[in-house]
Design a protein around this ligand. Structure first.
Ligand code: 13P
Ligand code: SF4
Length: 304
């Protein structure tokens, strides 16, 4: 099937099966052609919570599909590639969370949505990169534990007076690898460009940013800006979408290897197969759902 046939067949199957496709900003850009909603983790969680569809096909990674299932347990949630994992979510399991919590009794746990359902089930509140600062603020606590992303946790602490954020030493390999030298090199080559940084980057990098925010936050800020040149310090999918939507502006990806390999596993053909064969269905243990939905619901109700 060529691309047009694939798109037509996916749209037909979506209608026949009352299905929607949610696509994360790091997906291969052609996925947006058939996506009902595209955006950052917070936006997609909100869409998963409120859809009337019977089937949600998640073009993203495993924890995103799992979160959609927890929010909509009566719906069928499909992940077109089962091996589309997240290296950050794999950095902490339940035992490691329990050991971390036991060192700081009675300190609330804020859990980045990039985590397993089990880890969420023993956390107090979830957050995404879009709402992490407001989520932590909403707790009114002097101290919080933050898992698994040390960098997002440090960024949150830098934005709030009088809150100590105790971070777990997890990270996203795609963002963790970006250095001050990489930023300075691009700034020297593009002196008029604004530096747009995802908060999964190390604090030395976010400190050099003109703007720090989620993938959708970066995209919206660029679109509404009068500036013409931007250094994009996150995954390549953001640059591909900006180049498509803003042909009059110039975008410089921090470097070519800023790519999340597991986000790129899904192609139109996989979405077609997923809808046709109902594959691969994401199941979450009922008891875990009951516990994990609490911190996710709390997150969804905090204003970004
Ligand atoms: P956001 O789209 O929520 O900014 O998240 C980035 C990310 O790494 C998702 O895995
Ligand atoms: Fe996980 Fe990083 Fe990929 Fe996001 S970019 S899905 S945090 S490995």
């Amino acid at each position: 099937m060529n691309q047009k046939e694939l798109v037509d067949n996916i749209n037909r199957l979506k209608k026949e099966k009352n299905a929607i496709v949610l696509a994360h900003t790091y997906q291969n850009v052609e996925i947006d052609e058939i996506a009902d909603f595209s955006g950052d983790s917070l936006y997609l969680s909100r869409m998963a919570a409120k859809t009337d569809a019977d089937i949600i096909v998640f073009a993203g990674v495993y924890f995103m599909a799992e979160t959609a299932k927890i929010l909509s347990p009566d719906k069928t949630v499909l992940l077109p590639k089962l091996n589309a994992g997240c290296a950050m979510a794999d950095k902490i399991n339940l035992e490691q969370l329990r050991a971390f919590k036991s060192k700081y009794p009675n300190v609330p746990v804020v859990c980045y949505v990039n985590s397993t359902a089990e880890v969420k089930s023993e956390s107090d509140i979830c957050c995404t990169s879009a709402n992490a600062v407001n989520v932590v603020k909403s707790l009114g606590a002097k101290e919080v534990l933050f898992v698994p992303d040390q960098h997002l946790g440090s960024y949150v602490e830098s934005q709030l007076d009088e809150v100590k954020v105790i971070t777990y030493p997890g990270f996203c390999p795609v963002h963790h690898a970006i250095t001050v030298d990489d930023i300075n090199k691009q700034k020297n080559a593009n002196p008029n460009a604004k530096v747009m940084v995802h908060p999964e980057c190390p604090s030395a990098v976010t400190e050099l940013a003109d703007f720090v925010g989620s993938t959708t936050g970066i995209i919206k800020t660029v679109k509404s800006s009068d500036e013409k040149e931007f250094i994009i310090v996150t995954e390549k999918g953001v640059v591909e979408r900006l180049e498509r939507d803003c042909p009059d502006k110039k975008f410089i990806l921090i470097y070519e290897k800023a790519v999340c390999e597991t986000m790129k596993l899904i192609h139109l053909e996989d979405i077609f197969n997923s809808l046709k064969n109902n594959e691969f269905e994401i199941k979450v243990d009922e008891n875990i759902i009951k516990k994990a939905v609490i911190p996710i619901d709390r997150m969804v109700s905090v204003n970004a």
